[in-house]
Design a protein around this ligand. Structure first.
Ligand SMILES: [Zn+2]
Length: 172
């Protein structure tokens, strides 16, 4: 897998690599969308960009959870269908099941958060119809308010965790 991926820097001490299938996906989507019309290519790049960012955030969640439980990830390989976080298997592995569970759970949990934030953004950006306002207006406004405050809370918590981890890394 390694030879099919190109290095793309480091985040939190974890080597990030992009698998070549990502470039294939980009080329494919640009070609097919571009054929459809002028704005297609831009939309295609945005789509691949969104997938890319989601996969990066997902894998970083695994990597951070691994770091947090004292078992740092070695590298992250980004694929269009998701990524692979490679662990340092030589690190001590006591209380293994518990750690594995937390490291594994971090990915899907961050995806829920991404979906939640994306839903809130879409809900806030897309103009609503008159009928929708009449039927759902108040309920929707309450939901959007709750979603944005919850998202804010989660982002603050994530920042806090990242700060903790950065302190752990800085410490010799
Ligand atoms: Zn995952």
């Amino acid at each position: 897998m390694r030879s099919w991926s190109i290095p793309a820097g480091r985040i939190f001490g974890v080597e990030i690599r992009i698998h070549l299938t990502f470039l294939l996906l980009l080329a494919y989507v640009v070609l097919t969308e571009g054929a459809a019309g002028g704005a297609g290519a831009g939309r295609a790049v945005a789509l691949v960009g969104i997938i890319f960012v989601s996969v990066v955030i997902h894998e970083l969640a695994h990597a951070l959870a691994a770091l947090h439980s004292g078992r740092p990830a070695k590298s992250v390989i980004l694929l269009p269908l998701g990524g692979v976080t490679l662990m340092d298997e030589t690190a001590p592995q006591d209380r293994l099941a518990n750690r594995e569970l937390r490291i594994a759970a971090a990915g899907p949990l961050i995806n829920l958060l991404i979906a939640f934030v994306a839903g809130a953004v879409v809900g806030a950006v897309i103009p609503s119809t008159g009928k929708e306002n009449e039927l759902l207006g108040e309920q929707r406004d309450r939901l959007v308010d709750r979603a944005s405050s919850l998202a804010h809370e989660r982002v603050e918590r994530a920042k806090e965790l990242v700060r903790e981890d950065m302190r752990d890394i800085a410490r010799p």
